[in-house]
Design a protein around this ligand. Structure first.
Ligand code: UDX
Length: 454
C-alpha cells in the first residue's frame, strides 16, 4: 500500500487526507499554517465540516494521518504526493498560480534528494495546459529529473462539494485522471481501484483534458443555476407561474435533470465564481469569445441584487428600516462566506440606508465590503425582532422549520422574501406579505385567477 503525502489542507486536501487515512493508507499532510497544525493535531477541522471532523479525529487518533509543516519531510516519507493548494484569481479574474508554482518548486527540491520513482498528482484546479507547460518544467528543473522517468505526473481534479466533502470523496461519480504518460496514469489508477474496490468509473485522459473537465463541469453547473435564475425572473412577471413547479417539469427530462435548477439569490462559494471567471479569462487569452460564460456571471451578479431590490421595493421608504437576513454562508452545511449572496444583498441594502442584521447557525462574523462587520445576532428570534423585512438567503434546516407565526410574532412588519423557496406560498401568503424568487407577486401586479395559489 502506498504512503501518501498531501500538500495543502483546505477542503480538498484535508478531505483526501482523511479519507485515504480512514482506509488504512499512511498519510502525511503538510500545511504552512501553524494554527491548522495545532487544530488538526487536536483533532479539530480548521473549518466547519462535521463529518470531516469526526473522521479526522479517528485518523489522527489511530496515527494513520499525520500533519507536518515541512513539505520536504512529507514528500520524502511517501511514495506519491497530491498537490492541493489554492489557486485563487487575480483581480482581473485570471488564475493566480503562485501557490501551486511554489508547491511544485518544493516538491521538485525534495525529489532531487529522493532516490527512486515518486508520483506527483496535481489536484489543485489549474487552467488547461498548466501542468504540462508550467508545473512540469518547475518540477523537472528543481528535481533535476525528467517527468515520466525520474517521477510520474498526473492531474486529478476534485469534484467534492463543501458541506459533503467526505461523502463526495468516498462516493464520487467518477475519478478523472490526466496522465503525462501511461506509467503515471496506471499508478494512480491502481491506487483508486484499490481505494474504491473497483466500484467507481475511472477515466484516463491527457493532462490538459483532465484540467478542462473541472472547469467545464463547474461552468455547466453554474450555467444551470443562472439559467434557473433567469427563467425565475420571467416567472415573477407572469401570474400563476412558479419557478419551482416549472423546474420540476423541466428537470424530469433525463436529458436535463433536476439538479442545480433551484432558483435562488445566485451562486457563491470558492469554486463557481472563481472557476467561471478563470475559464473566461483563459479563453479570452486564447482569442475565444465567451459570451455564455460572461452571461452566467452577469446573471449571477444581477440575481443577488434583484433579491435586494425585492426587499427595497417591499420596504418603500428604506432609511432606518431594519432588514433581517437569515443565512450568511453561501449554502447550508458550511461556514464559508466567500462570494456569498448574503453579503452582496447586505451591501446593496446598506447602501440604500437600511439597518441590516443577520443570523446564521454557524457563521458568527462576516464583513460587508465598504461597511465592515455585519451585525450578527445569536438567534433567529433576535434577528427577526422589530425587523421590517426578512430575507431567507441560505436554506438551513432551522429556517425551513419556521412558521408564519414565528415571523409575525417578532417582526415590526411581517414581510418575508423567500430567496431559497423554502416555504409554502399559500400558507405564508395567507398570514403575511410573502415575496419569493421565481413567484409572481400579486402585491405588485393585479392578481389573476390561477391554479397555483387560488
Ligand atoms: C461546487 C461543485 O458542485 C463541486 O463539484 C466542485 O468541486 C466545487 O464547486 P460547492 O461550491 O461546494 O461545489 O457548492 P454547490 O453545492 O455546488 O453550490 C454552489 C452554489 O450554487 C451555492 O451557492 C448554491 O447555493 C448554489 N446553487 C446550487 C443554487 O443556487 N441552486 C442550485 O440548484 C444548486
Amino acid at each position: 500500500m502506498s504512503n501518501i503525502s498531501i500538500i495543502g489542507t483546505g477542503y480538498v486536501g484535508l478531505s483526501a487526507a482523511v479519507c485515504f487515512a480512514s482506509r488504512g493508507y499512511q498519510v502525511i499532510a503538510s500545511t504552512r499554517s501553524a494554527d491548522k497544525i495545532t487544530q488538526i493535531r487536536a483533532q479539530k477541522a480548521p473549518f466547519y465540516e462535521p463529518a470531516l471532523e469526526r473522521m479526522l479525529s479517528q485518523t489522527v487518533e489511530s496515527g494513520s494521518l499525520k500533519v507536518v509543516s515541512d513539505r520536504a519531510e512529507a514528500i520524502l516519507r511517501s511514495d506519491m504526493t497530491f498537490i492541493s493548494v489554492a489557486t485563487p484569481n487575480h483581480a482581473d479574474g485570471s488564475i493566480n498560480l503562485t501557490y501551486v508554482n511554489e508547491a511544485c518548486e518544493e516538491v521538485g527540491d525534495a525529489l532531487c534528494d529522493k532516490k527512486g520513482y515518486h508520483l506527483v498528482v496535481v489536484k489543485s484546479t489549474v487552467v488547461p495546459g498548466t501542468t504540462h507547460a508550467v508545473l512540469r518544467p518547475i518540477l523537472e528543473h528543481a528535481a533535476n529529473k525528467t517527468a515520466g522517468d525520474g517521477f510520474g505526473l498526473c492531474v486529478n481534479p476534485e469534484f467534492l462539494r463543501q458541506g459533503s466533502s467526505v461523502h463526495d470523496t468516498l462516493h464520487p461519480d467518477r475519478v478523472v485522471i490526466g496522465e503525462y504518460d501511461a506509467r503515471s496514469g496506471k499508478q494512480l489508477h491502481e491506487l483508486y481501484d484499490d481505494f474504491y474496490s473497483g466500484a467507481v468509473p475511472i477515466m484516463r485522459m491527457s493532462l490538459a483534458s483532465a484540467e478542462m473537465v473541472k472547469y467545464a463541469s463547474n461552468s455547466f453547473l453554474a450555467m444551470k443555476v443562472s439559467y434557473a435564475n433567469e427563467i425565475a425572473g420571467v416567472c415573477e412577471r407572469v401570474p400563476g407561474v412558479d419557478i419551482t413547479e416549472v423546474m420540476d417539469g423541466v428537470g424530469v427530462d433525463p436529458r436535463i435533470n433536476r439538479k442545480f435548477l433551484n432558483a435562488g439569490p445566485g451562486f457563491g462559494g470558492s469554486c463557481f465564481p472563481k472557476d467561471v471567471s478563470a475559464l473566461m479569462r483563459f479563453a479570452e487569452s486564447r482569442g475565444c469569445t465567451t459570451s455564455l460564460l460572461r452571461a452566467v456571471l452577469d446573471v449571477n451578479t444581477a440575481q443577488a441584487l434583484h433579491v435586494a431590490e425585492q426587499a427595497l421595493t417591499a420596504l418603500g421608504t428604506v432609511s432606518g428600516k431594519r432588514v433581517a437576513l437569515l443565512g450568511l454562508a453561501f449554502k447550508p452545511q458550511t461556514d464559508d462566506t466567500r462570494e456569498a449572496p448574503a453579503l452582496k444583498i447586505a451591501r446593496k441594502l446598506m447602501d440604500a440606508g437600511a439597518d441590516v442584521c443577520a443570523y446564521d447557525p454557524v457563521v458568527v462574523k462576516a464583513d460587508v465590503p465598504g461597511f465592515g462587520t455585519l451585525h450578527s445576532t445569536r438567534s433567529i428570534d433576535e434577528c427577526l425582532r422589530d425587523a421590517d423585512c426578512c430575507i431567507i438567503v441560505t436554506e438551513w434546516d432551522q429556517f425551513k422549520a419556521l412558521t408564519p407565526g414565528d415571523f409575525t410574532r417578532q417582526m415590526a412588519a411581517p414581510v418575508v422574501i423567500d430567496a431559497r423557496r423554502i416555504f409554502d406560498p399559500v400558507t405564508f401568503r395567507s398570514k403575511l406579505t410573502y415575496i419569493a424568487v421565481g413567484l409572481y407577486a400579486p402585491e405588485s401586479t393585479p392578481r389573476m385567477t390561477h391554479t397555483l395559489l387560488s
